[in-house]
Design a protein around this ligand. Structure first.
Ligand SMILES: NC(=O)c1ccc[n+]([C@@H]2O[C@H](COP(=O)([O-])OP(=O)(O)OC[C@H]3O[C@@H](n4cnc5c(N)ncnc54)[C@H](O)[C@@H]3O)[C@@H](O)[C@H]2O)c1
Length: 66
């Protein structure tokens, strides 16, 4: 299965997308600048999915970071 980069993956829609992708067998990497979310979401994703996801605190508007 390919790996999917979910930008804004710590937010409302993004975190649900992470769960759905994981349930369908995709590997998921999350990039989020945490401007409207908290790292606590990673713990919740771990509880729900039973695994840790690679997370980068990165601003998608910053070409170098991305
Ligand atoms: N319980 C609920 O029903 C509930 C809860 C929250 C939100 N909502 C709805 O969901 C919608 C919003 O959800 P959403 O997922 O679109 O927004 P969101 O703010 O929840 O998620 C966006 C994510 O993108 C990140 N982000 C923003 N700019 C970024 C950037 N430049 N680079 C990297 N990351 C960046 C934020 O930190 C955040 O984690 C609204 O319609 C809201 O009303 C519903």
């Amino acid at each position: 299965m390919p790996t999917v980069l979910v930008t804004g993956g710590m937010g409302f829609i993004g975190s649900h997308t992470v769960i759905a992708l994981n349930e369908n067998g995709f590997d998921v990497v999350i990039a989020d600048n945490l401007s409207n979310s908290k790292t606590e979401v990673l713990n919740r994703l771990h509880t729900i999915c039973g695994k840790d996801f690679k997370f980068y605190k990165a601003d998608c508007c910053d070409r170098e970071e991305l």
